[in-house]
Design a protein around this ligand. Structure first.
Ligand code: MN
Length: 262
């Protein structure tokens, strides 16, 4: 295994893709959204099989876990589809921290990790092992469709496309942080998308807002489902948005969803 890249270069995959924003344990909404996109979800006890519409591939922007009520089931869906070769997922900052927690690191159970820990307590060691292995293999971002599409959890700068290493990983996980913290205790971020001029479309999540933020060939599709917003998919290459409303507010953010645009 080389550095931290985990095969981000998947330009040979041409889709079509259905790219899903931050799920954060909201399995009810994920199942509903998959249904709208034409995927068939069949549970058999704890096992799940998901059948995509012919030829389509699901891509998660990361942050599968934390805050919502069904993190293990979201992982079951993502892992079953990964094993069947019908879904890809990039690493998100929550998945990354959850992976450190499940591998025994002493991390703060803040920002919704406590909910995941409580839910995972009901799962057996074999499931824990499967999750550890799955999360360890997530790529830092994905470069798809002949180079025309990038999926990265918090976005990616043009000069980072095709690159790997610690700086690229940090940007893909956390975005363009300044190192400062705002009055809500959240990292101060620059909006890198305003300066993006790349030919590749960049689809990302991480910063929840009530509406999809489409700027300069970039799409932020985190519409804050766990905060009571919506779960959104971007269909590629159609560039169509499909979303479902949250069933409820699953997690109270430090600030209102409407203020989270930045
Ligand atoms: Mn997130």
């Amino acid at each position: 295994m080389t550095s931290d890249n985990h095969t981000f270069d998947r330009r040979e995959l041409t889709g079509p893709f259905d790219i899903i924003g931050d799920v954060h344990g909201c399995a009810d909404e994920l199942e509903e959204l998959l249904g709208l996109l034409g995927y068939e979800v069949e549970w058999s006890g704890p096992d799940v099989a998901v059948t995509p519409p012919a030829g389509r591939t699901l891509v998660f922007v990361g942050d599968l876990v934390d805050r919502g009520p069904r993190t293990p089931d979201v992982l079951r869906i993502a892992m079953a589809m990964a094993e069947a070769g019908t879904a890809l997922c990039v690493d998100g900052n929550h998945d990354n921290k959850f992976a450190r927690w499940i591998n025994g690191a002493n991390v703060a159970r803040s920002h919704g990790l406590q909910a995941s820990a409580d839910q995972m307590a009901g799962e057996n060691p074999a499931f824990h092992a499967r999750v550890r292995k799955y999360l360890a293999g997530l790529p830092i971002y994905l470069w798809l469709d002949g180079g025309a599409l990038v999926v990265a959890h918090a976005g990616l700068k043009e000069d980072m496309i095709g690159q790997s290493g610690g700086k690229v990983k940090s940007f893909a996980l956390f975005g363009d942080t300044t190192g400062e913290v705002d009055g809500f205790g959240s990292p101060v971020r620059r909006n890198w998308a305003l300066d993006y001029r790349g030919d590749a479309a960049v689809v990302y999540g991480h910063v929840a807002a009530p509406e999809v933020q489409a700027v300069n060939n970039t799409w932020c599709i985190d519409t804050g489902c766990c905060f009571g917003g919506r779960l959104t998919a971007l269909r590629w290459p159609e560039r169509e948005l499909v979303s479902v409303p949250a069933r409820q507010v699953w997690f109270e953010g430090a600030r209102p969803l409407s203020d989270r645009i930045r």
